[in-house]
Design a protein around this ligand. Structure first.
Ligand SMILES: CC(=O)SCCNC(=O)CCNC(=O)[C@H](O)C(C)(C)COP(=O)(O)OP(=O)(O)OC[C@H]1O[C@@H](n2cnc3c(N)ncnc32)[C@H](O)[C@@H]1OP(=O)(O)O
Ligand SMILES: CC(C)C(=O)C(=O)O
Length: 573
């Protein structure tokens, strides 16, 4: 019977329930995302405002250039009225003819205060495509505590702010600027739905969206407060109730306070959002903005083009780390150091089988693995698609099994160990990792393998070393094998007969008192072409022991004799 959980002593009474939305005919659960939403990166604004050390102009520019290279077409570049740094940065990219591609719209944020609006619009002079983004908080606690006003007062801030933005845009911006407008009822997540709608409608009454005149209404989860499903209900409600919907770009701006920002964004898109605002790798206030990389890669992994280039994810990450002076967590989806790595045995076994199955299927169909639908267990995407190699996919420690060790030998050394040999060798590795702890690198696995099965001339061990041999076959098909060998340090010639070189060699070994019987034999070539090496694996019963040996040689007979020597020497080691 399960242990009974006890009530905690935490102050649960301090927190209220989040209000549900009465929308029983909700449609979002049945929707699928089949195309990428519009993306806006706010790395240079919401991301930047959350940094201990905000980005310098050089770091801002590196981030801007990265976002452009990746394919973002809407980029919030700052809060120009906050100070000279942001203002100058906006001016610097507008004045640099190479900075902003013609199809990229820059966006700037402002509070609804006249002096700030004037300065904000002024910063955009000469831009080709620019959006002013105005916000004011609409939630009850802000009305009461921050603005100390009624609902009408708060609505008036939004209305006046919108009018001022329009007036200053008219006054300060020339015809070269394609001007756009965005409004955010801040803390949408805590604002009564009908009031959020009322404020958005009042803003639209001023801005008058219509054909060729879009308004972006951005509904921020400034603080994430509910399950993604309730958040989606709120989006569906707004989506259904907004007037002039065809001229509205409905935008979602999730933060990650409950750790569900990605789900909140995805469900909001299913519920009607056209556009998602976020930051790379989830940078942003407190727990961060929604992670644009995860969102984009989630689409990619479902066969939907994110319209953003993540093919060199480590370059994106390096630039991000430089700009933000922060580090990406090793478990961060799609990019962390460990996210394509398995240590545990059953995972490694399934991954190896998955790779093998894909290779076999590709071969059977006469296509490449890249032409097939990806189906490797535990790897939601092919690491290669984001510029990662397979090196880190399987790493071996005490939690690993035969599959991982076999994967390393196959991947790095083209050796396809028979199943029982995998079990034998993995026990040797297991003993080492148990004794020493930690991880064993592929180089160390190879060193142990060589030492165990492939003693080289610099490190000879075992009773027998073979220098060369000749084999002849008589009329009856009987092979006679003559081998020049060193046995127990003495040079000698061994002779044996049998119905093949291996049985002839066993016969020769009987002559010096080594009782050896063949249990299993497998071989494969290790590469294509005339100079291809072959690997032979032999399982032998030697006395009361059962052991594997391996031999590698360009000649398959020599490879198999070496494999016998490998097993025999191991028996007396
Ligand atoms: C959720 C978000 O991310 S919103 C974006 C937040 N980002 C930033 O704040 C970064 C840039 N901000 C700044 O540099 C500064 O806050 C400035 C320059 C904008 C304003 O600075 P200050 O004039 O010193 O004001 P302060 O920062 O204290 O802001 C609070 C004042 O703004 C008012 N205010 C806050 N938001 C808004 C708004 N959206 N519209 C109008 N007034 C607002 C408050 O009521 C308060 O007014 P009060 O002083 O009369 O009580
Ligand atoms: C200004 C708005 C969109 C914002 O950043 C937020 O509410 O989180």
């Amino acid at each position: 019977m399960a242990n009974r959980q006890q009530p905690s002593s935490m102050p649960i009474h301090k927190y209220g329930r989040y209000e549900q939305v009465d929308i029983p005919d909700r449609t979002w659960p049945d929707k699928r995302i089949t195309t990428a939403p519009r993306w806006l990166s706010t790395d240079l604004r919401d991301g930047n405002q959350a940094l201990i050390d905000p980005m310098s102009p050089v770091r801002k520019r590196a981030m801007f250039d990265l976002l452009v290279r990746m394919g973002y077409k809407e980029i919030e570049v700052g809060f120009p009225a906050s100070g000279q740094t942001d203002y100058d940065f906006v001016r610097s990219i507008i004045e640099d003819p190479d900075a902003i591609p013609d199809d990229v719209t820059i966006s700037v944020l402002t509070q609804a205060r006249e002096d700030l609006i004037e300065r904000t619009v002024e910063s955009l002079k000469g831009a080709k495509r620019a959006t002013v983004h105005l916000y004011n908080a609409t939630a009850p606690v802000f009305r009461r505590v921050v603005f100390r006003g009624s609902k009408d007062d708060i609505k008036q801030i939004a209305v006046d702010g919108t009018r001022l933005v329009m007036e200053y845009a008219e006054k300060l911006l020339g015809p070269e600027t394609e001007f756009g407008y965005q409004y955010s009822p801040e803390i949408f997540t805590d604002t009564e739905l009908d009031f959020a709608l009322e404020v958005c409608e009042a803003v639209m009454d001023v801005y008058q969206p219509g054909p060729g005149r879009e308004i972006i209404l951005n509904l921020p989860a400034t603080v994430e407060r509910s399950t993604p499903s309730t958040h989606a209900d709120r989006f569906e409600w707004m989506h259904r109730n907004l007037s002039r919907r065809e001229y509205v770009c409905l935008s979602v701006h999730p933060h990650n306070d409950r750790g569900t920002a990605v789900a909140a964004a995805e469900l909001a898109v299913m519920a009607g959002a056209d556009r998602v605002e976020g930051c790379l790798f989830g940078q942003g206030e407190r727990t961060g903005n929604v992670d644009l990389v995860t969102l984009g890669m989630n689409l990619f992994s479902q066969g939907v083009d994110p319209q953003i280039d993540f093919s060199d994810i480590d370059e994106i990450r390096r630039t991000w780390e430089y700009c933000n002076q922060m580090e990406v967590h090793p478990r961060h989806p799609y990019v962390g150091d460990l996210v394509y790595t398995s240590f545990s045995g059953s995972h490694q076994d399934a991954i190896k089988k998955g790779f093998d199955a894909m290779e076999a299927e590709a071969k059977a169909k006469g296509v490449t693995v890249d032409d097939l639908e990806w189906a490797v267990p535990y790897l939601p995407i092919d690491p290669k698609d984001v510029g990662r190699s397979y090196e880190a996919v399987i790493r071996v420690n005490s939690q690993s099994g035969k599959g991982g060790v076999a994967y390393v030998l196959k991947n790095d050394h083209k050796l396809e160990l028979p199943r029982r040999m995998q079990i034998e060798f993995s026990k040797i590795i297991q003993a080492k990792t148990d004794a020493e702890g930690g991880e064993i690198t592929p180089a160390d696995i190879w060193a142990v393998f060589q030492d165990e099965y492939l003693p080289n001339p610099d490190n000879p061990w075992g009773r027998i070393q073979v220098a060369g041999g000749q084999s002849t076959t008589d009329h009856d098909g009987v092979d006679t094998l003559t081998v020049q060998a060193t046995v127990d340090g003495r040079e000698t010639t061994l002779v044996g007969t049998g119905n093949g070189p291996i049985s002839a060699f066993f016969d020769a070994l009987q002559g010096i008192g080594i009782d050896v019987r063949l249990l299993d034999y497998q071989e494969h070539t290790m590469s294509e072409g005339a100079s291809a090496q072959a690997a032979s694996y032999i399982e032998c019963a030697i006395g009361d022991k059962v052991l594997w040996g391996i031999g590698i040689d360009a000649n398959t007979t020599r490879a198999s004799l070496k494999a016998v020597v490998s097993a025999v020497n191991r028996a007396t080691r």
